[in-house]
Design a protein around this ligand. Structure first.
Ligand code: ACO
Ligand code: LMR
Length: 264
């Protein structure tokens, strides 16, 4: 009788013991010879399967379009300040990453959770928005500091256009847009933002691609995989900002007194 020694760690996504490391069974040689891209690697290491081209291409588009949004946003600002304080690259990167959360870049999972539930419950946009308001909550995936009704977010437009052309279905995007139509009546900056758009479109991919069981889809949304797309994407920009400051030999940052209201 074989007695299996209990292990301290369980791992299901990759294996480095053989002649060649594998990502969910796919060897490094296959990755290179068969021209896999970053989206295919995400499919293997995050979702433990090969996914169709329109799916992996969409994930790559998210990474490309969310890689940076200028030096003024929370994450880039933190990385710039940290770099100018003479800190190492990893410190600059994590200092920026730590700002990603419910207000900035990290609203994708919550947006997906809310849109999923609302679509399941057949809840109209008005009831959905007012319901969250009653709970004192902002609608995740709605609102932007600089984007508005007349100055739309190009990323949202590009991702939506791609989805309409290549996804088998877009019912969650359609729902998110109906929410936006309602919130825009309240204020011009309450647009569907890039977090909300990715959240809705990922739901559409999960539901219409036929690549996941109901249980797997529920797990992906409840565990919270989707903010990972923004974290991964924005790391590219944050590293860029940190290196830019070092190359420019920028001095220690100090915020100007004039920009602070000193009061009691
Ligand atoms: N849902 C409902 N009402 C909102 C929302 C929202 N998502 N956003 C703003 N409002 C309303 C509120 O009444 C708010 O008043 P309050 O401060 O008393 O709650 C009022 O608009 C004024 O807010 P603004 O000054 O217009 O918004 P602000 O510029 O402070 O915030 C932000 C912008 C943080 C993006 C906000 O809209 C928000 O929290 N959205 C939800 C989270 C989200 O989706 N974040 C991702 C943004 S995209 C990205 O970071 C890549
Ligand atoms: C971003 O991608 O960083 C933004 O949408 C946030 C911003 O204020 O521009």
């Amino acid at each position: 009788k074989k007695v299996r020694k209990p292990t301290n760690v369980v791992s299901t996504i990759c294996d480095d013991r053989g002649e060649e490391p594998t990502y969910f069974g796919v060897t490094m040689s296959e990755l290179i010879e068969e021209d896999y891209g970053i989206g295919d690697v995400l499919a293997l290491l995050w979702f433990k399967r090969k996914l169709p081209k329109y799916f992996t291409k969409f994930m790559e588009m998210c990474i490309m379009l969310c890689a940076d949004h200028g030096p003024c946003v929370s994450g880039a600002h933190n990385s710039i300040v940290t770099s100018r304080a003479g800190k190492d690259l990893v410190s600059c990167l994590v200092s920026g990453l730590l700002t990603i959360g419910p207000r900035f870049g990290g609203a994708i999972d919550d947006a997906a959770r809310c849109f999923k539930k609302a679509v399941e419950d057949n809840l109209g946009a008005a009831a959905f928005v007012e319901g969250l308001k009653k709970q004192g909550k902002r609608v995740p995936g709605i609102g932007h500091r600089i984007k508005s009704k007349d100055n739309r977010d190009k990323r949202v437009e590009l991702l939506s256009k791609y989805a309409r052309r290549f996804f088998p279905g877009t019912k969650h995007l359609d729902y998110a847009i109906s929410v936006e139509e309602y919130t825009l009546q309240k204020a011009a900056n309450l647009v569907l933002n890039v977090d909300g758009c990715i959240g809705a479109l990922f739901l559409d991919l999960l539901h219409s691609s036929g690549c996941f069981s109901q249980r797997e889809m529920d797990d992906i949304i409840s565990v919270g995989y989707l903010n990972g797309l923004f974290v991964l994407a924005r790391s590219i920009g944050l590293i860029g900002h940190a290196l830019d400051q070092k190359r420019l030999q920028q001095p220690l940052y100090r915020h100007p007194w004039e920009d602070v209201l000193y009061t009691r």
